[in-house]
Write a protein that binds this ligand. Sequence first.
Ligand code: ADP
Length: 606
Amino acid sequence: MLLAVTCGVVVAGAMAIQSLERQYLTQLSDLLDAKIRLVEYGLQPLFRASSPIPAASRLQEAARDLGNRTEARITLVAADGTVLADSAVRDADLSTVDTHRGKPEVVQALAAGYGQDIRTATTGERTIYRARLMTQPPGAQPIVVRIALPMVQINRDIAQFQRNLIGALAGALLVIASLSLWLARSITKPLSDIAQTTRQLASDRSTAPIKTTAQDEVGLLTAALNDLADQLHTKIDELSEDRAQLLAMLTSMVEGVMVLDYRSHVLQINPALERMFGVSRTEARGRPCAELFRHQELNDLVMSSLRSRTNHEGEIILPLTGRCLHIEVSVAGGERENEACVVLVFHDMTELRRLENIRKDFVANVSHELRTPLTSIKGYVEALLDGAKDDPVASAQFLDIILKQSDRLNLIIEDLLELSKIESGRILLKEEPLDLRPIIERALSTIKPIADKNGHRLVSSIDERIPPVAGDEGRLMQVLTNLLDNAVKYTPAGGTIIVDSRLVTGAEAAGTSDGAIELTVSDTGIGIPEQDRPRVFERFYRVDKARSRELGGTGLGLAIVKHIVEGHGGQVWVEANHPHGSKFVVRLPIRGRDRMAVHASDAGKA
Ligand code: ADP
């Protein structure tokens, strides 16, 4: 724009100068015309009086006189080009003046009676020439009168005009230039701000609002863009929050989640599923479900859901881990690649199934345990009714058996009630500081008569340094008597039973903050086969059912022990005793802890 304006202004200036020059020249030309006529008029008498040609001196004098009057240079030229007079030349030099035959205005005047020219004179100034063929009497020699006027004034005026014009144009250009710059800046600044903001938006960076005071279209565009950026930020924030929440949900879910597209390619899996199948998200993404898991039933389930576009559910067992998974397949409906088509939720049912089995086993065991003495009681009562009551010896014997079986029934029911009370948390374990030594002593003295009867040697080795533990005296006593009772029961006559207590600290007592106390009851009895050791703490689990029953066991003693110990925040396990026998270890943490919480959470596991 600036360039166009500059060109226009320059052209306009040049045209103005030209037109001014033309105007000056026209005026000057008219002036010269008038002057040359006057000169011709002034010369007329001279020629009329002295024909054919007046004397050179007179001509020269007349030329000078007229030249002074008209303030111009007057030259008289003969037809052959000889200069007859020249107001600008001294008389003496006149003869040396060159012929004017070739001068354009003279040539024109001789030919047409009138001639003119503008050129730089011998003086070095631009000069305007006007020539006229003087009207002479017939037969007289033609004379050309020429008037010359230097264009100094015109040139000066035009130069002045040019200066003024250039000054004015420069001023105007300056104003235009600054105005254009300001205008361009006011338009381009917001536009470049807009461009920068859109770039930032595209690169997902936070943007400050674009500032503008413009009220025009640029202002409207800026406001619209600021609005758009605001909305975009709000939407992005909302989406990020939603995404973070979804991700948190997916990550924290216990259930495995898998999203597939319509080709059964994996789009997403959560950490729970990664753990269930031992696959990582990166290796799973984009791979077909069948190829990734290689599980026929799972694949069938997915395929039937994809084919029928209906929800399905089923249960599968993982071959390697043996875990039982319940799967719900929900149709999400995506019809394109990388669009969620079905969502699978995997519930790990292993623990539930295990507990179900334990419950079933428990019911079967309880029924069996109760039925055995009941059947026996019923049989003997029937025998008595059938006539044995009349036989005093038999009836005494039968009644004795009935009493024993009733005791056994009673014992089972008492143990069951006890277990159920501990499990349900109805029994609050006390947390008093206990010195274990007297408790061990008391348990040993309780069991001593039976041990003596069986010829067992009872040995106790109690560490003097053991600190008090926070616990329930009665319950810990129950633990010890149950373990000692078992040791006596399952050790043939003449065996040795050792009760040992020691302080464990450091790495050995991992999981406890202040160390722990280990109570050990070992015997030289029949021992427990390795495969049965983890199960002896289950209710009614007995290595040798007949033997246990014969010895008066209910199969609940160790289950009670386990619950009490865990209620104290401790652990119990059984090892082999060398060279033979069993070794039951009870580890109790020294500091009391929130037992009921642990107790409640562990209660259902046994
Ligand atoms: P029970 O009343 O049958 O003794 P427990 O729960 O006390 O029930 O014990 C469960 C089973 O663990 C027993 O039947 C027995 O087979 C085994 N058992 C327990 N203590 C010992 C031990 N000291 N030596 C050998 N076997 C044992």
